[in-house]
Design a protein around this ligand. Structure first.
Ligand code: SAM
Length: 222
């Protein structure tokens, strides 16, 4: 594929922004309905108050849970995605890269990244850096939920092209694997205890190489 067709993640998500919610509704909602997503996270976040959405996009999940008593902060590298999120007047939003979280230590009760917000980190060291930052920004016993593609999927592997329809146009950016072995090591190095490794949005299926997703639920050690 010619280099020139590949957009940076920021350019890709800026261009995707006006189409994002509609496209996600036509794909993701077929297998993980918004009401099920809201119910699941409401259970998961029970007893937590201040929650960080890493790669929050248009604030989809924040909107789903906005009236459940949590206080959400969303962070994203795309100004255009955040402009849409801010329009709904729920949660607060920060334009920043998850590699450098602009928050004090031990700020959040929970952090989550859904639907590939951490999938543009190329090297092991970048992934390590992001999890180090998340660990720093979480309180002890803080909860972490990360959802990425399963790298063993035939269309994924070490690197994959993310191709989405932005209106009539197809746009592309690069995605990078998070291997379960690396994830375990990165969690260990950053004081996280892995609680569950799941394989699909029904959120009961244990992760295997054949799973659709790789879903991590961990907590920061006390
Ligand atoms: C597929 S969207 C997911 C949005 C939202 N989490 C959801 O579930 O609808 C991925 C988002 O991650 C953001 N993102 C990608 N890399 C990022 C980074 N390094 N720092 C902050 N945000 C990032 C993109 O701008 C995009 O809005």
């Amino acid at each position: 594929m010619p280099e020139k067709d590949i957009l940076s993640p920021t350019a890709f998500w800026d261009e995707m922004a006006p189409y994002y919610d509609e496209y996600v509704a036509s794909t993701r909602y077929k297998f993980f309905k918004p009401e099920d997503e809201a119910k699941f996270f409401n259970e998961l976040f029970k007893g937590r108050r201040l929650i960080l959405d890493l790669g929050c996009g248009t604030g989809r999940t924040i909107r789903l849970l906005g009236r459940c008593g949590y206080k959400f902060v969303g962070i994203d590298i795309s100004k255009k995605m955040l402009q849409i999120a801010k329009g709904f007047k729920q949660g607060s939003y920060v334009l920043a890269d998850i590699r450098h979280l602009p928050f004090l230590d031990s700020t959040f009760d929970a952090a989550f990244s859904l639907h590939g917000g951490v999938s543009h980190l190329k090297t092991f060291d970048e992934k390590l850096q992001v999890f180090k930052e998340i660990s720093r920004a979480l309180k002890p016993r803080g909860l972490l939920f990360i959802d990425v593609r399963n790298p063993y999927r035939r269309d994924t592997g070490e690197t994959f092209v993310v191709e989405w329809p932005a209106g009539k146009k197809k746009i592309k950016t690069m995605g990078y694997a998070l291997w379960p072995k690396d994830a375990r090591e990165i969690l260990r190095e950053n004081q996280f205890k892995l609680k569950h490794l799941l394989g699909d949005y029904d959120l009961k299926e244990k992760y295997t190489k054949g799973s659709k997703r790789l879903i991590i639920i961990a907590s920061k050690k006390p």
